[in-house]
Design a protein. Sequence first.
Length: 253
Amino acid sequence: MKADRMKQRTRFSLLLLMIVVMVLALAGIAAARYTMQKRGSGLVAAKDFYFISDLLKEESEKAEYFIDPDSNISIELYNYADSLRITPGTIQYGVEADGGQCMDPSGNQLVTGTVPGSVTAQKATLTITPDAGANDVIVTVTSSKPYRKVLTAAFHRESGNLASMEDASGNRAAVLTMTCADSAKNITIELPRDVIPDQTDDRVTYTSGPSTCTFASPGYGVYSLVLLKSDKTTELTVGSGETFADKITINSK
């Protein structure tokens, strides 16, 4: 009897030991998985940094633009890629303008600035005043916090793009052709009062009423825009000349 009891106790002890070992093993696996998840979350969080511009790009993209020689350069900086991808912390940056000066709204030279931290999309606007006699302006913005990122672009103060019009009296529509030799940007198009762009073209938006629109140029390439006339007897021409930087004026005769 004693021997049987001893065997039962031994079996019970072994069974209890096995249960304890299994529980510890499962706990270790769970802890390791939790640690890996936390580490993974940390890595993902470190990459959630969005510092983007409407005109400036990363150095490898070699962004360059033609601009009106008589105008300042307006550049926007964003803390977001879209409505779901936003950098919540304040972004600190420095500005360098070779061939110009970066000015704040009060007219003082701006060397450093911030994009405010927020859970919503925020932006900062830079105004670059080209130096007298400068043909090119190279703007470089470098973020320092929370991470370092360099955005840059070259601006050529000349009319390096081409525009042409295909139209005749009696046509209901005319076709504006733009040959763009610079990077993606918005082109302002001034229209006669009785002319509107093709509203099905998703590259076009109105900016200040039906007499002005903006064409979002995808960058290097040739693009056409249909212009609709309410008066078929008129003929549209490119009033600003065949070359342009970032603005086209359309006339009617």
